[in-house]
Design a binder for this molecule. Structure first.
Ligand code: ZN
Length: 336
């Protein structure tokens, strides 16, 4: 057993589940196709984690009911609002060159199922953004593919769901979108896509010595030293995020809640605990909602051999979202 079961956030979240079975819940977006079935077990990217995350939420009663939404397969034109059409078609048709597949980390692993999951995951984040625009808060059970650039993929990411969702929001008339990226790796793809678009603010708080080794400047980057733990991490976040929200005044926040800052993460280099991640997610969501800024959350990165542990770790975001949703009685609020 991990410390997970006895942790403070798990107890809080459990209470919320039991007492709130009958009221509207915080919207969730998921497709069973997020996980490709035939994927090498030893691959660093744990493809089963979306399934395991869903199982974890289902076991605790979070994933049944009208608040759960399934994304529809997106058009190429939606993805091409951000990505180069030649790149989109090459990936979708299986003609992407080996060099780029190697940079993505998926050399020899292209399949029609990979194309479906990649597109559906982007559609899931766009759907979560649309739901959050209506209801205030929604979370995808995938997403956070922040290393994908306009014309190439990188670091296990192919199309940039955060960027596509941000542009979809701008197309809907939202004036200013903040991408709050707390994955342990810097959001270089997102930063490059929005380098010259001041209506999207990119805020990345990451481990400075970690991948990508060539960072691309976000609107605001906070590069943390190796080994930062809960207390210091939360102190810095509580100092920086309110400043960003006040200065930029976003009308919408896309939140990448990567769990790879966790102490047991295989790639992370930071020392956050389950409780620290729960406190982080509650803080981010509460800070935005209390200012009337809707939030769509995505899961971002997380690396651990034990798929059950990893799936449960990713569920911290959805449990935190539900806890805030309940506290703020957000379901009765009008966001339209
Ligand atoms: Zn990451």
């Amino acid at each position: 057993m991990t410390t997970f079961v006895s942790s403070k956030w798990a107890r809080v979240a459990e209470k919320v589940t039991v007492s709130k079975m009958t009221r509207p819940r915080s919207p969730l977006v998921y497709s069973p196709e997020y996980s490709v079935q035939s994927w090498p077990r030893e691959h660093r990217f744990v493809m089963s984690k979306f399934h395991d995350l869903a199982e974890s939420l289902r076991e605790d009663g979070y994933l049944t009911g009208p608040h759960v939404h399934v994304p529809e397969y997106p058009s190429e034109s939606l993805i091409e609002r951000v990505h180069d059409p030649g790149y989109v078609r090459a990936f979708n048709n299986g003609t992407l060159d080996d060099k780029n597949l190697r940079e993505i980390g998926f050399r020899g692993l292209w399949s029609p199922e990979l194309v479906r999951r990649t597109n559906l995951e982007v559609a899931g984040t766009v759907l979560a953004a649309e739901l959050a625009l209506e209801r205030g808060l929604a979370c995808n059970l995938g997403g956070g593919t922040h290393h994908a650039h306009r014309d190439r993929g990188s670091g296990f990411t192919i199309f940039n769901d955060l960027a596509v969702a941000a542009v979809a929001l701008l197309d809907k008339g939202v004036d200013r979108v903040l991408i709050c990226d707390l994955d342990v790796h810097q959001g270089d793809g997102t930063a490059s896509i929005f380098e010259e678009r001041p209506e999207v603010c990119t805020f990345s708080m990451h481990c400075q010595s970690n991948f990508p080794f060539r960072k691309i400047q976000s609107t605001l980057d906070i590069g943390l030293e190796d080994g930062v733990g809960d207390e210091e991490y939360l102190r810095i976040l509580k100092d920086q995020l309110p400043f960003v929200l006040k200065a930029f005044q976003p009308e919408f926040v896309l939140y990448d809640a990567g769990v790879d800052p966790h102490v047991d993460d295989e790639l992370g280099k930071l020392n956050l605990t389950d409780d620290g991640l729960f406190a982080r997610d509650v803080f981010v969501i509460t800070e935005c909602l209390s200012r009337g800024m809707p939030v769509a959350g995505v899961i971002g990165g997380g690396y651990h051999r034990d798929r059950r542990v990893l799936g449960r770790r990713h569920s911290i975001l959805h449990r935190a979202a539900e806890a805030v949703w309940e506290q703020q009685s957000i379901a009765s609020k009008s966001w339209a």
